[in-house]
Design a protein around this ligand. Structure first.
Ligand SMILES: Nc1ncnc2c1ncn2[C@@H]1O[C@H](COP(=O)(O)OP(=O)(O)OP(=O)(O)O)[C@@H](O)[C@H]1O
Length: 258
């Protein structure tokens, strides 16, 4: 049984299909990337998978459970780091990590996790006083403190400097090695290439390709004549461009949120 199984998922806002028939299955123990431009429908897809948004069509199962009707059971085994995290501004780092730990029957040691994410120096600082990168690392700690069987990480390392980014990547790899399944939403090509076992490329609400990063590159390289020098230097960026018709950095559909 896949850890996450999404079948023909649809979500429409204002008459526009922002998720338009997405089907994918995340297998146990893999790091599964969801890659796409801004507005491609990545966050909407994973938030439907977590039961946070109501799909207009299709089916979602997480560990075989319906995340909308069996939310409490799903929440016990899933940790999510989402883009819009609302935390109480006057609680400290340690208070928040301990609070989130209390939501789970089993979990990580808050002290160790805070050290591991390089938050030891700000452990007694209030959330409102944290820098962007510290807040980001705290949101990762909160997603992982329940030692989830599935972790959903949306824009994992946005706003982190390169050394913090490498530290977080290492932590994610260690989690995968410990058996956690990870869904990584990203528009960071280097992150996807380094971490993901398989990647779904989402474009205007549809899965346009699903393969390992190397498989995506091979697929595109096969279309390049062997005499062409680029055949030996095709990158995941080239694959993305070829498969979607746009650069990853280009904006997608206009943001219509109020
Ligand atoms: N609550 C909402 N109301 C109206 N439109 C929405 C809502 N949520 C998302 N959208 C629209 O749906 C589209 C997909 O948004 P989504 O956040 O899923 O994209 P994304 O791929 O995660 O983008 P990003 O990389 O910018 O986070 C966007 O055009 C967005 O404006």
């Amino acid at each position: 049984m896949p850890v996450v199984e999404i079948t023909d998922l649809r979500k429409t806002y204002g008459g526009r299909a922002v998720v338009d028939g997405v089907s994918l299955a995340v297998e146990r123990g893999e790091i599964f990337g969801v890659l796409g431009r801004n507005g491609a429908g990545k966050t909407t897809t994973v938030e439907c998978a977590l039961g946070l948004r109501r799909p207009d069509g299709g089916q979602v199962r997480v560990f075989g459970l319906d995340p909308r009707t069996e939310r409490a059971r799903v929440q016990q085994v899933v940790g999510a780091q989402l883009q819009a995290t609302h935390l109480h501004p006057s609680l400290t780092v340690m208070e928040l990590v301990r609070l989130y730990r209390s939501f789970y029957r089993e979990g990580a040691d808050p002290e160790q996790l805070v050290e591991r994410l390089g938050l030891g120096k700000v452990r007694d600082s209030r959330y409102e006083k944290l820098s962007g990168g510290e807040g980001q690392r705290l949101s990762i700690a909160l997603a992982l403190v329940g030692r989830p069987r599935l972790a959903v990480l949306d824009e994992l390392t946005t706003g982190l400097d390169s050394s913090a980014r490498r530290g977080v990547w290492q932590l994610v790899e260690e989690m995968r090695d410990d058996g956690t399944t990870i869904v990584l939403v990203s528009h960071d090509m280097a992150e996807v290439e380094r971490l993901c076992d398989r990647v779904a490329i989402l474009d205007t609400g549809k899965v346009v390709a699903l393969d390992s990063p190397a498989g995506l590159v091979r697929r595109v390289a096969a279309d390049v004549p062997a005499t062409d020098f680029r055949a030996t230097t095709v990158t995941l960026d080239d694959a993305f461009l070829q498969l979607t018709g746009h650069e990853l950095g280009e904006p997608g559909q206009p943001d219509e949120r109020p």
